[in-house]
Design a protein around this ligand. Structure first.
Ligand code: MG
Length: 170
């Protein structure tokens, strides 16, 4: 077992949100993906409510850890500072690498199997900000970020779906 960090919970949460913003992703961008996933099932849904779900997801430590780790690796590789062969595997987003998806699973795990379905769906369609993150251009490395953003949206959509189910049962 490790020890506890000297960093406060608030500092870690803020760092995760700041890293996302530095990489061009806001909670609003993620909320748009949540809306995309759920709008057909819940016509009364709006993006403000979706953004609230995203903010809840961002309060979880396992989510913050995944964001901080994945984005750090993207940035190291973007700066050419990782060692080979990892540098090239991440830079080209090698099809046999797969650890970006494994890391995203730690976000999806929070809300169980419905998260996986949502994740697979937006990963295939790449709506909204995911499209831009996936287009490899001007030396940017988003190998981890695209999966993290997809997983955040999927987890937030699942959180919402679970809350709706509880509401309809009570
Ligand atoms: Mg990826």
């Amino acid at each position: 077992m490790g020890r506890d960090t000297k960093h406060s919970e608030e500092l870690i949460e803020n760092a995760a949100i700041t890293r996302l913003e530095e990489r061009g992703v806001t909670t609003k961008d993620i909320a748009e993906l949540v809306y995309f996933l759920q709008k057909d099932f819940y016509p009364e849904l709006n993006e403000t409510y979706c953004e609230e779900q995203v903010k809840h997801i961002l309060k979880k430590r396992e989510v913050q850890n995944a964001i901080l780790t994945g984005i750090e690796l993207d940035c190291l590789v973007e700066a050419g500072k990782a060692r080979e062969p990892l540098q090239d595997l991440v830079k080209v987003d090698d099809s046999l690498y797969g650890i970006d998806e494994v890391l995203a699973l730690s976000i999806l795990n929070i809300y169980g199997s419905i998260g996986f379905t949502n994740y697979g769906y937006i990963d295939r369609l790449k709506p909204g900000i995911l499209k831009g993150l996936n287009a490899k251009s001007n030396g940017k490395v988003h190998t981890f970020l695209d999966d993290i953003v997809g997983a955040l949206a999927a987890a937030a959509a699942s959180r919402f779906a679970h809350s709706q189910k509880r509401k309809s049962e009570s």
